[in-house]
Design a protein around this ligand. Structure first.
Ligand code: SF4
Length: 275
């Protein structure tokens, strides 16, 4: 069986940057999970004494707080700044960008449409920077029946699909006089998505490695599943099952933007054993 890695996969710029900061700082607490990968979070805790707190309310006597890649809300940041604690901001610059856009557009009187998942920490953070009305939607149908203003700004959660973002933009263009569009979808997501699309079309089994709570990993899995019925989403090599590979000729492997290389290597080694 051939095992082929996607042309682009795994750690993105924002995650590499956050992990580097955490390793350098050490003995710190992250506000929310630094990245969406339980095994890597565990490694940071074991080797660098970087622990994960649910939110700023869980802080007690910590001296250093690291803000996760997805950022935190404007209110939480203000609270954190009032505390006697060193703040290390590991928010990905691609996430800071929509936060800044929302703040600026609201200040100029624009309501804001955010294409994203209302419960995702990144979206909660971005939305908190809107001081006018914010509409968080997963598709344009959620805007039906809402009395929209004449001028509106639109941003996207970084991991969303550009085609769906374009549909929301078209919907708004037909209804509002002025639509300010900011494509805040991240490059890393595009590259990993393009690569898995190609690979899943020629593979008869696909393994996608990443946190099951990671939005971009789930997205990769969905793209793969649409082309390759035998697509599996796993967090570590321990979840692999021999039966998945029986009679298969081409195994594609990809990984979400918060999956470290050491996990991917373990997965490939285990598949080789099966092959
Ligand atoms: S996927 Fe993109 S936005 Fe998210 S952390 Fe990575 S580089 Fe930043």
């Amino acid at each position: 069986m051939i095992i082929e890695l996607a042309e682009n996969y795994g750690f993105c710029f924002g995650v590499k940057r956050a992990i580097k900061k955490a390793e350098q700082i050490q003995n710190a607490a992250t506000i929310g999970e630094l990245i969406h990968n339980p095994a890597e979070i565990n490694r940071l805790q074991q080797n660098f004494n970087v622990k994960t707190l649910k939110d700023i309310r869980a802080l007690s006597d910590e001296k250093k707080a690291i803000i996760r890649t997805h950022g935190i809300t404007k209110g939480d940041l203000a609270e954190l700044r009032k505390k006697d604690i060193e703040i290390i901001d590991a928010t990905c610059p691609f996430v800071t960008k929509p936060q800044q856009i929302c703040e600026k557009m609201s200040a100029e009187g624009y309501d804001v449409v955010i294409f994203g998942d209302e419960n995702h920490p990144e979206v909660k953070g971005v939305k908190s920077y809107v001081s006018t009305r914010a509409f968080v939607v997963l598709d344009e149908s959620e805007l039906e029946g809402i009395k929209l203003p004449s001028k509106i700004a639109v941003v996207s959660q970084t991991t969303k699909k550009p085609e769906l973002f374009a549909k929301i933009v078209s919907f708004l263009l037909l209804r509002c006089k002025e639509v300010r569009v900011f494509n805040t979808i991240c490059d890393a997501t595009f590259k990993n998505q393009d690569a898995i699309l190609k690979l899943s079309q020629k593979s008869d089994v696909m393994i996608i490695v990443g946190g099951k709570n990671s939005a971009n990993t789930k997205q990769l899995f969905l793209i793969s599943k649409a082309n390759c019925e035998h697509s599996y989403l796993i967090e570590t090599e321990k979840e692999l099952e021999k039966a998945w590979f029986e009679g298969k000729k081409h195994c594609g492997v990809s990984a979400g933007a918060s999956t470290p290389d050491w996990i991917i290597k373990n997965v490939v080694a285990r598949i080789r054993e099966f092959g």
